[in-house]
Design a protein around this ligand. Sequence first.
Ligand code: HEM
Length: 144
Amino acid sequence: MVPYLNQIIKETLRLHPTGPFLFPRLCRESVVLAGYMVPVEIHIVINAWAIMRNPIYWEDPESFRPERFDESAADFRAANFEFIPFGGGRRVCPGMQFAMASIWCSLAHLLFYFDWELPQQKRPQELDIEEDLNLTLTQKMIYA
Ligand code: HEM
């Protein structure tokens, strides 16, 4: 149960990262990346949301499949740059451990103490989880 809960949290953060764009970086020297010239002093915004749904790195990327982290060595320390819900490098989220402990503890309690079901006998596939892409990722239906 414990490892599976970790996999669920990872898969949730992969598909729905709290911060879809990392903080901007300033390019310190001109470089050609993937055929694109990136000039010095330009600001770069990294789209973590897109990287974590890129089919080059993720099999069946749109599916919620926590089991995928069973095989994958991806962790939060951004050694694997395809999985960066907390960013990476010098500006990696310093609250990462605290965030993980809080999510883990709250989720474990919610699952242990309550019996969950969807309203109006809805099936999970019918649940509207469409997102609003902003500075932070929110659910559209909350504001509807
Ligand atoms: C699920 C929870 C959280 C997620 C997904 C998250 C994600 C992120 C991301 C993606 C960044 C940008 C990293 C980068 O650009 O490389 C960031 C930065 C940051 N986070 Fe978090 N964070 C979370 C919780 C927290 C918590 C609980 C704290 C503090 C207690 C925190 C404090 C910070 C700070 C101070 C920065 C700026 C670091 C810097 O610019 O040097 N975060 N976070």
